[in-house]
Design a protein around this ligand. Structure first.
Ligand code: TXA
Ligand code: MG
Length: 335
C-alpha cells in the first residue's frame, strides 16, 4: 500500500475542482499519463515545472476537449492541420500551430507556436469537459526519466506533487503522441509516435518531412530523455549473445529486452519480453524500462525493433533511453 494511494481516484468532478483551484492532477491519456494544470493559470503552470524539475523554456502541450477550442489558442490553422485534427482527434497526435497572443509563456516556452491535442481516453475527455478549458500536461515523470503508463507510476514518482491522480488504468498506446508542425503547407514530424508518416500522408495528401532532430528543440537537452537508471545498450539479434557476454565479463548485472526469447541466455541474465506486435511493444516499453530498475540491473541490452511503421517511434525512444539522442550507434556493429 503506497502512502499516496488516497490520491488515486476516478472522480472527475474532484479532479476538475483541483484544476480550478490551481492544483496538479495526474491525467490518464491513451499515450502516457500527464501532469495536468490549468493552462491559463501562470502559478499552476509554474508548479508543473518545479514538480518535474523541468527547464522552464520547454513548452507544454495543451489538452482540449473539442476541435472548436483550437480557435481559443491558435490564430491560424493550416488546412493540412484541420484535416489531421478531423482524421485523428481524439487520438495520439499533437499539432503545433501559431499561437494567439494571450497564451501564457510557460505553455509556449517563449515560442510563437502552441501545441494542442485532444486525447482519446474517456476520463481525460470527461475532466476536460467538466473543467471547460485547456489543460497543460507534460508527461508525469521527473525531467529526463521514463514516462508513466499507469497511475501507480505517477504516484511513485510525483506522489508528493500531485493533488489527485485520475486512475484510468494502463495506457493503451504507451508512448507519447506524434508531434507535427507545419513549416510550409505540409506536415513535419517533430516526434514520431503511433500516428506514422504514412498515416499523415493518407490524411493530408502531402508527404511529411521527417525531422530527426531532438524532440526538445534546444541542443544538449535531449540525450537523457526516457532514461531508466540502468544503462541501456542497443544491439541486433545476431550480436546479442556477444554483447551480453561482454557486459557479464565486466561484472555487470545484465538483462535483455527483446521480442524473441534469446537462445543461449546465461542463467543469471533476466529476459524481459517486449512482446511481438509493435502495438504491444509500444504499450509495454516504459513498464519494462521501469522493471529493469526494479531488478537493479546495471545494463539492459535491447534488441531494437525494425525501422518501419511504429518501430520508428520505438527506436526513437530507445535511442534516447540509451543516451544517443538521434545518433545511430549500436554495440556489436551497425544495424
Ligand atoms: O502523448 C503526449 O504527448 C503526452 C500526453 C500527456 O499528452 N505528453 C507529452 O508531453 O509527451 P511532454 O511535455 O513530455 O512532451 C511534449 C513535447 C516536448 O518535447 C515539447 O518540446 C514539445 O512537445 N512541444 C510543446 N510545445 C511545442 C511547440 N510549440 N513547438 C515545438 N514543440 C513543442
Ligand atoms: Mg515527456
Amino acid at each position: 500500500m503506497n502512502r499516496h494511494e488516497a490520491r488515486l481516484t476516478t472522480d472527475v468532478e474532484r479532479a476538475a475542482r483541483v484544476l480550478r483551484a490551481g492544483g496538479l492532477i495526474g491525467l490518464p491519456t491513451e499515450t502516457v499519463y500527464g501532469l495536468g494544470a490549468d493552462a491559463r493559470n501562470a502559478d499552476a503552470l509554474a508548479e508543473i515545472f518545479s514538480a518535474k524539475r523541468r527547464p522552464v523554456d520547454h513548452p507544454l502541450i495543451v489538452h482540449i476537449r473539442h476541435r472548436d477550442q483550437i480557435a481559443q489558442w491558435s490564430r491560424e490553422v493550416p488546412s493540412a492541420a484541420w484535416r489531421l485534427a478531423e482524421a485523428f482527434w481524439p487520438g495520439p497526435l499533437t499539432l503545433v500551430l501559431p499561437r494567439l497572443p494571450g497564451v501564457p509563456d510557460q505553455v509556449t516556452g517563449g515560442l510563437d507556436t502552441v501545441a494542442l491535442r485532444i486525447p482519446a481516453h474517456p476520463l481525460a475527455l470527461a475532466v476536460l469537459e467538466k473543467f471547460g478549458d485547456g489543460v497543460a500536461a507534460p508527461s508525469a515523470n521527473r525531467h529526463g526519466r521514463v514516462s508513466p503508463t499507469t497511475a501507480q507510476h505517477v504516484l511513485a514518482e510525483l506522489g508528493d506533487a500531485v493533488d489527485v491522480v485520475l486512475d484510468g488504468g494502463p495506457c493503451q498506446v504507451g508512448i507519447e503522441s506524434t508531434i507535427v508542425d507545419f513549416p510550409e503547407a505540409g506536415p513535419r514530424i517533430l516526434r514520431p509516435g503511433r500516428i506514422t508518416a504514412d498515416d499523415l500522408q493518407r490524411a493530408t495528401g502531402l508527404a511529411p518531412v521527417a525531422r530527426l532532430a531532438p524532440e526538445v528543440r534546444r541542443p544538449g537537452a535531449m540525450t537523457s530523455h526516457y532514461a531508466p537508471r540502468a544503462k541501456v545498450v542497443l544491439t541486433t539479434p545476431t550480436e546479442l549473445a556477444g554483447v551480453v557476454e561482454a557486459w557479464r565479463r565486466r561484472g555487470a548485472r545484465a538483462g535483455v529486452l527483446s521480442a524473441q526469447p534469446p537462445t543461449r541466455l546465461p542463467a543469471d541474465v533476466t529476459w524481459l519480453s517486449l512482446g511481438s506486435a509493435s502495438e504491444e511493444q509500444a504499450r509495454r516499453l516504459y513498464a519494462r524500462l521501469r522493471e529493469a530498475d526494479a531488478l537493479a540491473l546495471d545494463v539492459l541490452v535491447v534488441v531494437t525493433p525494425p525501422d518501419e511503421g511504429l518501430g520508428i517511434a520505438l527506436r526513437d525512444r530507445l535511442l534516447r533511453a540509451a543516451g544517443l539522442g538521434d545518433g545511430r550507434v549500436f554495440e556489436g556493429g551497425t544495424d
